[in-house]
Design a protein around this ligand. Structure first.
Ligand code: GRF
Length: 192
C-alpha cells in the first residue's frame, strides 16, 4: 500500500501518520515553504509542490497537475491532511473510493473551510472531527469515523481547533491503519 499525503500547512496530521508508521510514499503540498514539507523531508520522503498560485482559478488544470505529479509514485490511497484546495472531479474518477480526508467538525454539521469558527458561532457545546471518503461534493463523502470534542467556556477558534486537531491526530492514523490492513487482507485473499 502506497499513500500520498496532501497538505497545505503545518502538517501535524501528516506527522501523526508518520509516527504511526503508515506507508506514506510521497507528500504533496499545494503551496511552497510550508512546515509540513519540512516534516516530510526530515522523514526522508519525496515531496512535490503543485503551487495553487500557478494554476488557480483553473481547478481542472490544477487537478491535472496533481494527478501528473502523483502518477510516478504509483499511489493506492490519497490522504488529504489539511489540504485546502478543492479538487476537480477528475481525481475522484482516477482514485475511486481511494481518497480520504479529515474535517474539523462532526459532518454533516459545519461543512466548508471555516468549520471551527462556524461551530463556535453557532454556540454548540460539542463538535469534533470526521474522517471520511472524499467525493466531488466537498465535505459530503461517506463517513469512516468521527470523534466528539467538547467546546469549553472561553474557547477561541484557535484553542478549539487545537483540541479538535488532537482528536484528528489520534483518529486519522487509526482509520488509515485499518484501511491499510483491510487492503492487505483483501490482497491476501485474492492471491490465496
Ligand atoms: C486540520 O484540522 C484539518 O481538518 C483542517 O486543517 C487542519 C490541518 O492541520 N482542514 P495540520 O496541517 O495537519 O496541522
Amino acid at each position: 500500500m502506497r499513500i500520498a499525503a496532501l497538505i497545505s500547512g503545518s502538517g501535524t496530521n501528516l506527522q501523526a501518520m508518520l509516527d504511526a508508521g503508515l506507508p506514506i510514499a510521497v507528500v504533496l503540498s499545494d503551496r511552497p515553504g510550508v512546515a509540513g514539507l519540512a516534516r516530510a523531508e526530515a522523514a526522508g520522503l519525496p515531496t512535490v509542490v503543485v503551487d495553487r498560485a500557478r494554476w488557480l482559478p483553473d481547478r481542472a488544470a490544477f487537478t491535472d497537475a496533481v494527478l501528473a505529479a502523483l502518477a510516478p509514485h504509483r499511489i493506492d490511497l490519497i490522504a488529504m491532511a489539511g489540504f485546502m484546495t478543492i479538487l476537480d472531479a477528475a481525481i475522484f474518477a482516477t482514485y475511486p473510493e481511494r481518497i480520504v480526508n479529515t474535517h474539523p467538525s462532526l459532518l454533516p454539521a459545519f461543512r466548508g473551510a471555516h468549520a471551527v469558527r462556524d461551530a463556535l458561532a453557532a454556540g454548540v457545546t460539542e463538535t469534533g472531527c470526521t474522517i471520511h471518503y472524499a467525493t466531488p461534493e466537498v465535505d459530503a463523502g461517506p463517513v469512516l469515523a468521527q470523534r466528539v470534542v467538547p467546546v469549553l467556556p472561553g474557547d477561541t477558534e484557535a484553542t478549539l481547533h487545537e483540541r479538535i486537531k488532537d482528536a484528528e491526530r489520534s483518529l486519522y492514523p487509526e482509520v488509515l491503519t485499518r484501511l491499510v490492513a483491510e487492503a492487505a487482507a483483501a490482497a491476501e485473499a485474492h492471491s490465496g
